[in-house]
Design a protein around this ligand. Structure first.
Ligand code: G3P
Length: 197
């Protein structure tokens, strides 16, 4: 029980490590006031370029995986499941950055890879399909969140309720994207933008 609580606390603080906020800070800007205002890969790519986007993606995914593996080591499968939620919360609401973080997609994916790699990869396949078809990361993220409880039901039943919590928060964090999508105003990912000159 105590080890489970300890691993959850550690996972939350691991989630606080925000490469996009830190890299933007080093450039004298606050990523949360630029582009979509999200402290995540898509916005880092949009605002700071490919290298920053790649670094953000790698660290955000890895911190999810590390937190969950640590939880599993300290407190078994139950600890690992709670650490998925804790590292996700730490990314979305980081105490070190005024509780203004990202939308949690990359971190949730990394965490899932630590919990159940097959479930992680199945979710990733849906996200990637959504992105490739629409060229919009938000569509992939939303699709992944909507399908996740179904995948969970078949692949990781124990995690279904916690998984639904994570999926619902991902959807709530995408509410501005959903409105833009309905208005036809959601931009395509910068890596898919065609150069006009
Ligand atoms: O994972 C975040 C992505 O789905 C949307 O990011 O910056 O376009 O709101 P953004």
């Amino acid at each position: 029980m105590w080890l489970c609580i300890l691993s959850v606390v550690i996972a939350y603080f691991i989630g606080n490590i925000s490469p996009s906020i830190l890299m933007a800070k080093a450039k004298g800007i606050d990523i949360r006031n630029e582009g979509s205002g999200n402290a995540g890969t898509t916005n880092a790519l949009r605002v700071m370029g490919k290298k920053a986007g790649a670094v953000t993606l790698i660290i955000d995914v890895l911190k999810g995986t590390c937190a969950v593996l640590l939880g599993s080591l300290l407190a078994g499968h139950t600890g690992a499941m709670w650490c998925v939620v804790a590292v996700f919360f730490g990314h979305v609401w980081p105490v070190f950055f005024g509780f203004r973080g990202g939308k949690g997609v990359a971190t949730a994916f990394g965490a899932l890879m630590g919990l159940n790699p097959l479930l992680g990869l199945a979710t990733l396949a849906i996200v990637v399909a959504g992105v490739l078809i629409t060229r919009r990361m938000s569509v992939g993220s939303i699709l992944g969140a909507v399908c996740f409880p179904v995948l969970s039901f078949f692949m990781e039943k124990d995690f279904i309720y916690l998984g639904i919590v994570v999926a619902v928060i991902v959807l709530i964090k995408h509410r501005a994207n959903i409105i833009r999508l309905f208005r036809g105003e959601e931009p395509v990912m910068s890596i898919f933008e065609r150069k006009t000159d």
